[in-house]
Ligand binder design. Structure first.
Ligand SMILES: O=P(O)(O)OC[C@H]1O[C@H](OP(=O)(O)OP(=O)(O)O)[C@H](O)[C@@H]1O
Ligand code: HPA
Length: 179
């Protein structure tokens, strides 16, 4: 797997430190409340597992699966719900957890979808943000790192289901995705 990586963009220690900071900020903002963390499968799982343990207020976990990419490096623009929530959102404080916001199409759709279920609040936390690629507006409440327009993998992020278990965020060599 390492042979396919051009450079390490964010190493393991930088990830751990930023997750700790986000956890502190979120814990302070939600003092006295309970958070329903909604992870967007599958990429957010690793970030979410670490972030949940960095938060000191009570959290409940639920997951949604949506798809807009398939085995491609650019979004098709069509968001499909593959798995819906098990929890009701009525009166809950929802924190959506994502690994990356790229075109914004996935989150633009998801935020509106979740708001329509009458939660007490909806906020968004993303590990990575590529604002230069935005096609649809998304309000980001908690942002781990703003990154340039590179196709990145690792720490949950994949290319065609590969590289999710790398412990860092790395830039994929173009030849690894046929570019
Ligand atoms: O801002 P956008 O352009 O919509 O892109 C962001 C979405 O794309 C990725 O998911 P993907 O569909 O690759 O699924 P995965 O999480 O299973 O890898 C990522 O996890 C976000 O959900
Ligand atoms: O850079 C990326 N890497 C992996 N998955 C993604 N989904 C949107 N952008 C990316």
């Amino acid at each position: 797997m390492m042979n396919d990586i051009k450079e390490i963009l964010i190493d393991k220690d930088q990830l751990a430190e930023r997750v700790r900071e986000l956890g502190e900020e979120i814990s302070a903002d939600y003092a006295g409340k309970e958070i329903l963390m909604i992870g967007v499968l599958r990429g957010a799982v690793i970030f979410m597992a670490d972030l949940a343990r960095a938060i000191s207020v009570p959290v409940a976990l639920d997951f949604m699966a949506v798809s807009s990419y398939g085995a491609s490096t650019s979004s098709s623009g069509v968001v499909r719900i593959l798995k819906d929530l098990d929890e009701e959102l009525d009166g809950r404080h929802v924190l959506i957890v994502e690994d990356i916001i790229d075109s914004g199409l996935t989150l633009n759709y998801l935020v509106e979808n979740l708001k329509s279920r009458r939660p007490a609040s909806v906020k968004l936390c993303t590990l990575l943000n590529k604002p230069s690629r935005r096609k649809a507006p998304v309000h980001v409440d908690y942002n781990g790192f703003t990154i340039p327009d590179y196709f990145v993998v690792g720490y949950g992020l994949d290319f065609a289901e590969k590289y999710r278990n790398l412990p860092f965020i790395g830039v994929l060599k173009p030849e690894a995705y046929g570019g």
